[in-house]
Ligand binder design. Structure first.
Ligand SMILES: C[S@@+](CC[C@H](N)C(=O)[O-])C[C@H]1O[C@@H](n2cnc3c(N)ncnc32)[C@H](O)[C@@H]1O
Length: 216
């Protein structure tokens, strides 16, 4: 059964926030890096990051957008955002163009008076029961021809499905569920239907993917 939003918030209010960066598997960090390297992110881009958590995506994005770019990160866990803020303090100069907002992305509609070049969500949509609203909200903030970058867990297909219990076990303490991983397939088909230039790459025995596309 998919978790309720309240339960997910509780997960990210506890020890998970404190240890999140340490527990992130190195392979996932590499897949994330690849997604951003492979994207059309460029110098000066304004990037909206949903479910930004502790800001693990920020260094990869900053590398591409440079000091003239901007990142707005949104997350509903103040504990995860506090971790990001602590890093921001340590990297003062490099992170000066990052703004953090505490909000529920499923209800985050018309809150910002700016439009972005790129919208990002990594390891977020699959744990959100109302992921369709979250996805639509993300799209609503990105300009025409702007890019969407989503990466997440999914159910592995075919014979690789025998590994799904293992990946689900790993994802469980972060709010991962069978339904959530299945929703990733639906999200991909939404991206295929609604965006142009959609590309998908799969990793980790096809249980992790990133997908990019452009707003029509
Ligand atoms: C697995 S973490 C991923 C964090 C980051 N994207 C990364 O890859 O390191 C999932 C994040 O999604 C956030 N989240 C889950 N549901 C959310 C919602 N409805 N609105 C805002 N943030 C949400 C959690 O607080 C958590 O920080």
């Amino acid at each position: 059964m998919a978790m309720e939003s309240k339960e997910i918030k509780e997960i990210y209010a506890g020890k998970v926030a404190e240890k999140f960066d340490l527990l992130m598997p190195l392979s996932f960090t590499r897949f994330k890096k690849l997604a951003f390297e492979d994207s059309s992110l460029k110098n000066g881009d304004r990037v909206l990051v949903f479910c930004c958590g502790t800001g693990l995506d920020f260094p990869h994005i900053l590398k591409k957008v440079g000091p003239d770019g901007k990142i707005v990160g949104v997350d509903f866990s103040s504990e995860m955002l506090n971790q990001a803020k602590a890093k921001g303090k340590a990297k003062r100069e490099k992170w000066r163009n990052i703004e953090l907002i505490e909000a529920d992305i499923t209800k985050f509609q018309g809150e910002l008076d700016q439009i972005f070049d790129v919208g990002v969500c990594t390891l977020g949509m699959s744990i959100i029961p109302e992921y369709i609203s979250a996805y639509q909200n993300l799209l609503s903030y990105v300009k025409k021809q702007g890019d969407i970058i989503i990466s997440d867990m999914q159910l592995a297909p075919g014979w690789l499905a025998c590994l799904n219990p293992f990946t689900l076990f790993l994802a469980k303490k972060y709010g991962g569920t069978y339904e959530g991983h299945k929703n990733s397939m639906e999200l991909y088909s939404l991206m295929q239907k609604g965006l142009t230039d959609v590309r998908k790459k799969e990793f980790f025995f096809k249980s992790y993917f990133y997908c990019t596309g452009k707003i029509r």
